[in-house]
Each structure stands twice: as C-alpha cells, then as structure tokens.
Design a protein around this ligand. Structure first.
Ligand SMILES: CC(C)(COP(=O)(O)OP(=O)(O)OC[C@H]1O[C@@H](n2cnc3c(N)ncnc32)[C@H](O)[C@@H]1OP(=O)(O)O)[C@@H](O)C(=O)NCCC(=O)NCCS
Length: 206
C-alpha cells in the first residue's frame, strides 16, 4: 500500500504509527488506567514492542480494500504523542477478515493525563471520517465494555448506536466483562451529527 497520509484536525495530527513511537506506546499500553477497559492487561515494554511490530507489519501488508492501521495521536501544539488509534477491517491483511464487505472497526486510547479535553472525541471523529471518506466504508463498529462510560458517551456523541450486547461469559479477552458493540452507518453520519466533518487528510490519497 502507498504510504498513508496524516489526518489533521483542529488540535491533533493522526499519523500512521512508526518504530519511533515505541517509547510513547509503552507509556500508553503499560498504563493500568489507560488499558482498564481494553482487551488486554497492562503490557510490559517487550509486549508493547511486539504489539507495535505486529501493527507495523499489518499496516505494511494492508491494501485499500483489506487494511489494519495503527495511528499515533499527536498534539499539534507540542508534537507529543498522547494516544493511539486503530482502524481495521481485517486482522491479517491482505487477507479479508470476518467482517461483512464495507464494514470496519475503530479503536482509540488517550493517555489519562489528557482525558476530558475533547481529544478522544476529536480522534474518533477523525478516524470515522477517514473510514467513510477514504476507505468507502458503510458501517463502522466499535466494541466497548459496558462499564466504560466515557467511551460509550463518546460514541453516542458521534452518533453511534447500540447494535449488539455480549454477556460477560461471551468476553473472549479474559476480562470477564459485558460489552456492547456500537455501530455507525454512513447514512446516519452523513445526516449529522455535527462532529467529525471538519478533519482534513493531509496530502493526496488514492
Ligand atoms: C474513552 C476515552 C478515549 C475518552 O477520551 P477523552 O479525551 O477523555 O474524551 P473527551 O475529552 O472527548 O470527552 C470526555 C468528556 O470531556 C468533555 N470535554 C471537555 N472538554 C472538551 C472539549 N474541549 N471538547 C469536547 N469535549 C470536551 C466531553 O464533552 C466529555 O464529556 P462527557 O463525559 O460528559 O460526555 C478515554 O477515556 C480513554 O482513552 N480511555 C481509556 C482507553 C479506552 O477505554 N478506550 C476505549 C475502548 S472502547
């Protein structure tokens, strides 16, 4: 795949992860508060480096149709990486995954030092826009643990609606928590909400 362009929003730059993000990613994925409602426990430095290597391999193997991209969330004012995001429609590009055609998934994580300033919403809105406008996706899924109120509020702010409930027994990630799959359909996004229509991909894209 051709190198992906950054996505620039009012206060953030979202750019594809690189090897240079290893230290920042360790600070995120090793932070117990940050990963409490993620599908993994706090990661050691070694495990985080392995995660980054896997993400870089997946991004390299991605095509426009079958993709798995990890993003660094960077503050434009300082250049600091304050979070990471993920957009994917398959776990093992270039092979298709189990999602229906023109469906994709979204994930995001902000360092707790930067919560409550609108950065999470700004990040997710930009990735939603990227999936709809740059990848031609029609429906976006986001999985969220039921107890993760901040993330559920964020999704609902962007127009996501509850799609499917998974009991704690169905949790395959070892946390034993109930969760919701949320969805956002292109038609609902196009009709509103106000958030997410103003981030601009930097540079040209196929
Ligand atoms: C979920 C998560 C990404 C939210 O990030 P965040 O940056 O705190 O989210 P926001 O700041 O956009 O929104 C949080 C609140 O701040 C408010 N806010 C404060 N300043 C704001 C601003 N300048 N602009 C917009 N909203 C602002 C929002 O309205 C929102 O209020 P609410 O909780 O009453 O709805 C963050 O809690 C996180 O990273 N958690 C750990 C990882 C995780 O759980 N990821 C999701 C897995 S499903």
């Amino acid at each position: 795949m051709q190198p992906l362009s950054s996505i620039v929003t009012e206060r953030l730059e979202l750019r594809p992860l690189t090897e240079a993000d290893a230290d920042a990613l360790r600070g995120l994925r090793g932070n117990p508060d940050a990963v409490r409602f993620l599908s993994h426990q706090p990661l050691s430095a070694g495990k985080t480096d392995q995660l980054l290597a896997d993400l870089l391999t997946r991004a390299e193997r991605s095509t426009a149709a079958c993709f798995h991209v990890g993003w660094a969330v960077v503050l434009r004012s300082s250049g600091a990486m304050i979070g990471d995001g993920r957009t994917w429609n398959t776990a093992e590009p270039p092979l298709p995954g189990s999602l229906p055609d023109r469906y994709a998934s979204l994930g995001y994580l902000l360092h707790p030092d930067h919560h409550g300033k609108g950065y999470g919403t700004e990040t997710a809105a930009a990735l939603v826009r990227w999936l709809f406008t740059e990848r031609g996706i029609d429906t976006i899924y986001a999985g969220v643990y039921e107890a993760n109120t901040p993330s559920r509020r964020l999704l609902e702010r962007l127009g996501f609606v509850r799609d499917h409930y998974f009991t704690a027994n169905q949790d395959s990630h070892g946390k034993g928590l109930a969760s919701w799959r949320y969805r956002l359909d292109r038609a609902a996004w196009s009709a509103g909400p106000p958030y997410g229509h103003n981030s601009t991909p930097r540079g040209s894209r196929r």
